[in-house]
Design a protein around this ligand. Sequence first.
Ligand code: UD1
Ligand code: MG
Length: 443
Amino acid sequence: MAVSVIILAAGKGTRMRSKLPKVLHAVCGKPMLHHVMDTARRFGAEHQAVVIGPDMDEVRAAAEENDPAVRVFIQEQQLGTGDAVKAAKDVFNNAAEGDVTFILYADTPFVSSASLEQMQRASETSAVVVLGFEPEDPSEYGRLKLGEEGALEAIIEYKEASEDERKIGLCNSGVMAVHTQKLADLLSRVADDNAKGEYYLTDIVEIANADGLRCATVRGDENEVLGVNNREQLAEAEAIMQDKLRKQAMENGVTLIAPETVFLQEDTVLGKDVVIHPNVVFAAGVKLHDGVEIRSFCHLEGVEIKKNAVVGPFARLRPGTVLEEEVRIGNFVEVKKTHVAKGAKINHLTYVGDAEVGEGANIGAGTVTCNYDGYNKHQTKIGKNSFIGSNSSLVAPVEIGEGAIVAAGATVTKDVPKDALVKNDMPQTVQEGRAKEMREAQK
Ligand code: UD1
Ligand code: MG
């Protein structure tokens, strides 16, 4: 039995008021289209198809990035959801008995694979299965009309619904599973003689019933089927997903002191007994091992932090950074593309980029690795147990030897050997009593 998925993404999404196609807007750092494609993959769909509009090359590229084997179909004109599915007819032309095609919407990013599994089970006995839900406010969703035995008789679009039908609380999420062999025939009989003048996919339910085929519903959670049509709903979707990720983190043994102020990504990996203080933002690609502590107001992206390291408050860790065990990064420190070995300390007001920091090294306040000469980036190597004095500039490429000391305020332009002391001698002149004289001259 083959399971195919068709994801509809041809809508223009005008209500987003955006240059970016709607389905590429991100929720928790990931485009909505990718959320849906990932769910379909987890569910075990062998074939994924995405229906896009003309001039949607960006959406095509995003679909192919997620799954190089995806089949992309173009719906030339937006004539409705039924017409959109038809655009992907190659998917369901050569079906075998028992094959099922799922239809998902790319702007409904949270449909769970558990619901798809439930639908698949229901499809063993029903030709059409629809994922329904009971929203607090059913507003303009299509309504699911059930028969005496609970079978699905029809989907009534809001615009076509009578007063009584609008009172039905059970709504159409848009997600459907249809026996693949029946799909082409059912769609061929859908007409556009309705309030919107569109080919409604939802009409296939009545057509199937008229043929004596059984249709059924499966119920999902309201949060799961939230559709994103505007920026407000995009923010709502973000909030729902963040809440879920925070709960998951806490269930896995992470302390979030003020969970609502911590922003995670789907790919954030947090070990046991990690402690996250208030107001911390995780961008993509962060992995924290057990016992790491992130203090308030940090921003992390593309970093791996090993056991018991402590970061922040007010630190910015940028892609390509690895902190080994027990490293300490303090306030107003930025670290980029740098490997910091075990127990090294970078505690205050420092920029370290394109560098290697040796075990146990101590980087003083105001140290800057001058990694960029205006044209190229260069490497800085800071030896094991070395001591970099405050306010020093390490002009890359440069290497500070093991156990060396860089005096405060030094500008280091040449390599420093092991155990050496380096300083830029600047004569210090002292004029006795001069400060007092200057003060008095002001009076
Ligand atoms: C649809 C359902 C409605 C359901 C609601 C759930 C129909 C007729 N109605 O209504 O019962 O309650 O979703 O959110 O299906 N699309 C195309 N090509 C088109 C038209 C739409 O690809 O020609 C895509 C859109 O990109 C979108 C999806 O199909 O991803 C849904 O289209 P939309 O116009 O938003 O349908 P609704 O009016 O919300
Ligand atoms: Mg919609």
